[in-house]
Design a protein around this ligand. Structure first.
Ligand code: DP6
Length: 345
C-alpha cells in the first residue's frame, strides 16, 4: 500500500479535564485505574498533516509548533507514529509534515498533550483510511481514541463529549484499558458545564506527566489509591446520570486533592500547588458555603485551578470571580464543555 500526495488534512481536538484522575500506568500506556473526564471546547489543538510516499524505507518526519520547527518534539512524535504503525501501515515509507497549533497561549501553563496527541491521532487515522470517517463516525472515533492513547493516555478521552470514561472497571461492563468511551447517560444538569481556568502560574510544566505516573510505582499508597479511583468511577457515572451536584462536588474536589496528595507523598515528593492555589480553593469553598450554589474546583498536575459550575449560575459566579480575580490580578481562560473533535479540512 502506498500513499499519494494530496491536500493536507486538518483536525481540531479539544483538551479535557479529568474529574476522576489517571495517575499511574503500566505496560503500553495501560492506566492503573479508570478515569472520567470533561471534554472542553475552547482549549484545543489543530493539527495539519501533509504526507507523501517515498521510495526509501522508513518514516521521515518534520514537526512544526506554531509555525516554528521543533526538533525537540520530533523524537516523541516519531516514537508515537512508529508505535501506531500497526494501525497506520500507510505511513510505513513516507514523509510526514505535521503542523500543530493551540487555541490557548503557550504561556498559559495548560498541558496540551491530550489535545495535541488527540488531533494528531485523528489526522493520521483520517489520512490512512479516508472513507472510514464518513462511513462510521463512532468506529472511527474508537480507533482514534485507541491510537491517541499510545501518544498520551489522557488524549484518548478527548474523542468523546461531554464526558468520557477510560480504563477497565470491574463494576462497569463497558469500559476498556485500550480506549475511552463516551459516558452514555448525562443528566441535563451536567450537559452544560463551565470550566474557568484560573492561571496561577503560566510557566511551562515543572515535570512531565510520565515522570509523575512513574512515581506511583512502588508508592506506599498506590494500591489503595487505584482501588479508590476504581470505586469512585461507577459512583460518578451514576451521579452524572442522575444530576446530583452535591455528590459530584464531593468526588471532584476529593480527586483533585488526592492527586496532589499522591505527589506530596511520593518517594520523590513534589509540591505543585502555590499559595494562591490554596487561597483560591478556600475562596471557592467559602462562596459555596455562603450561597449554596453548585460550584467546585479541580486541579491538574500543576498550580492552576479549574473552577467548575453549571452554566445556570454563570452570572452569580462571574461577579464573584471577577471581583476576586481583579483583586489578585491573574488571567482566566473561560472554557466549557464541548462537543468533541471536528474535521476542519
Ligand atoms: C494529572 O495523559 O499527560 O492530567 O499518558 O504520560 O501522556 P501520559 O500522561 P498524561 O497524564 C494526565 C495526568 C493528569 C490526570 C488526568 O488527565 O487524568
Amino acid at each position: 500500500m502506498s500513499i499519494q500526495p494530496k491536500d493536507s488534512i486538518i483536525w481540531r481536538c479539544p483538551s479535557n479535564i479529568a474529574i476522576i484522575k489517571y495517575w499511574g500506568k503500566r505496560g503500553n500506556q495501560i492506566p492503573a485505574n479508570s478515569s472520567v473526564s470533561l471534554t472542553l471546547s475552547e482549549s484545543f489543538t489543530e493539527v495539519e498533516l501533509e504526507f507523501e510516499g517515498k521510495k526509501e524505507k522508513g518514516i521521515e518526519l518534520e514537526y512544526y509548533f506554531e509555525n516554528q520547527k521543533k526538533p525537540e518534539f520530533e523524537e516523541r512524535i516519531l516514537r508515537f507514529v512508529q508505535t501506531a504503525l500497526n494501525d497506520l501501515p500507510v505511513f510505513l515509507n513516507s514523509k510526514v509534515i505535521i503542523k500543530s497549533k493551540n487555541s490557548f497561549p503557550h504561556s498559559a501553563g495548560i498541558a496540551s498533550s491530550a489535545s495535541s496527541f488527540g488531533a494528531l491521532a485523528l489526522a493520521l487515522l483520517d489520512a490512512s483510511f479516508p472513507r472510514n470517517y464518513e462511513n462510521n463516525n463512532t468506529k472511527f472515533l474508537d480507533k482514534a481514541s485507541f491510537i491517541a492513547r499510545l501518544g498520551s493516555g489522557s488524549a484518548c478521552r478527548s474523542m468523546f463529549a461531554p464526558f468520557a470514561l477510560w480504563g477497565e472497571n470491574q463494576l462497569l461492563k463497558e469500559s476498556y484499558d485500550e480506549m475511552a468511551i463516551p459516558v452514555s447517560e448525562v443528566h441535563p444538569e451536567f450537559r452544560d458545564i463551565q470550566d474557568d481556568i484560573l492561571i496561577v502560574d503560566s510557566s511551562p510544566k515543572k515535570f512531565s506527566s510520565s515522570l509523575g505516573h512513574s512515581l506511583m510505582k512502588g508508592h506506599a499508597f498506590a494500591e489503595s489509591r487505584f482501588a479508590q479511583a476504581n470505586q469512585r468511577t461507577p459512583l460518578l457515572i451514576n451521579v452524572l446520570a442522575n444530576g446530583d451536584w452535591r455528590k459530584f462536588i464531593n468526588i471532584t474536589e476529593s480527586e483533585a486533592l488526592t492527586l496532589h496528595a499522591m505527589m506530596l507523598s511520593s518517594e520523590e515528593p513534589f509540591i505543585l500547588m502555590k499559595p494562591q492555589t490554596l487561597q483560591i480553593i478556600e475562596r471557592i469553598q467559602n462562596f459555596r458555603k455562603e450561597t449554596g450554589l453548585p460550584i467546585c474546583f479541580t486541579l491538574d498536575a500543576g498550580p492552576n485551578v479549574h473552577v467548575i459550575y453549571s452554566s445556570k449560575i454563570k452570572d452569580e459566579v462571574n461577579s464573584f470571580l471577577n471581583t476576586f480575580i481583579n483583586s489578585i490580578g491573574i488571567d482566566v481562560i473561560n472554557d466549557k464543555s464541548g462537543n468533541g473533535p471536528v474535521k476542519i479540512r
